[in-house]
Design a protein around this ligand. Structure first.
Ligand code: ZN
Length: 179
C-alpha cells in the first residue's frame, strides 16, 4: 500500500508575502503538487496534510531561535496555499490533517501508527522545503523502514543548493526513488 504526505504547503511557506517563503520555486510546483494529490485521492490512497503549527511564545521550541515566526496557530499564514486550499476544503474527508511541531512529519505525531495500521510501506513525499521538512520526514521514514518516493517536480526550497543536495541525498543515501 502507498501513502502520500503533503508537507507544509501553506501561505507562509509559499505565498509571495509568506513569513518564511520559498517564493517562486515553491509557487512553481503548485500544479504538479495538486496533480499528485488528486491522483492519490482518486485512487483512495491515504493522503496526509502535514502542517507546521507554531506558537511564537513557546520559549522551549528551538525553531523560535532559528527562524522568524511562521505557520503560527490561528493565522492565515498556516492555511494551505492556492488551489490546494480549495481542493482540500472540498475533499476534506479524503485527507488526514496532521499538525506537526518539528520539521519531520513523524516527530511527536502519530503518523507512523496511521501508516502501519493501513499497511502502508511506500511513502510518497511532496511539498516544502526539500532540504528541511521534506528531508527530515524522509530521514525518519528511512529509519522506520519505509520505501520512499520523492516527486521531484513537487518539492521546492528557497535554497537552490540545498534543494539539489537533498535530491541527491534522497536517492543516494536514503535509497529513495525520484519520480
Ligand atoms: Zn517550522
Amino acid at each position: 500500500m502507498r501513502g502520500l504526505v503533503v508537507i507544509d504547503y501553506t501561505n507562509d511557506f509559499v505565498a509571495s508575502d509568506g513569513a518564511l517563503t520559498t517564493g517562486e520555486p515553491g509557487q512553481k510546483i503548485a500544479p504538479a503538487l495538486l496533480q499528485v494529490t488528486k491522483d492519490f485521492v482518486a485512487r483512495q490512497d491515504f493522503v496526509v496534510m502535514a502542517v507546521d503549527g507554531h506558537d511564537p511564545a513557546d520559549q522551549y521550541h528551538p525553531e523560535n531561535k532559528l527562524f522568524p515566526p511562521h505557520n503560527v496557530i490561528g493565522t492565515t499564514g498556516r492555511h494551505l496555499y492556492g488551489e490546494l486550499a480549495t481542493y482540500y476544503q472540498q475533499n476534506q474527508d479524503q485527507f488526514y490533517w496532521l499538525d506537526k511541531r518539528h520539521y519531520s512529519a513523524f516527530c511527536g505525531t502519530d503518523l507512523d501508527l496511521r501508516l502501519r495500521e493501513r499497511r502502508i510501506t511506500e511513502l510518497h513525499l511532496v511539498g516544502v522545503c526539500t532540504d528541511i521538512c521534506v528531508l527530515h520526514t524522509a530521514v525518519d521514514a528511512y529509519n522506520l523502514g519505509y520505501d520512499i518516493v520523492i516527486h521531484q517536480d513537487a518539492v521546492a526550497s528557497f535554497d537552490p543548493v540545498g534543494h539539489e543536495w537533498a535530491l541527491r541525498h534522497f536517492q543516494n543515501t536514503l535509497g529513495a526513488t525520484l519520480v
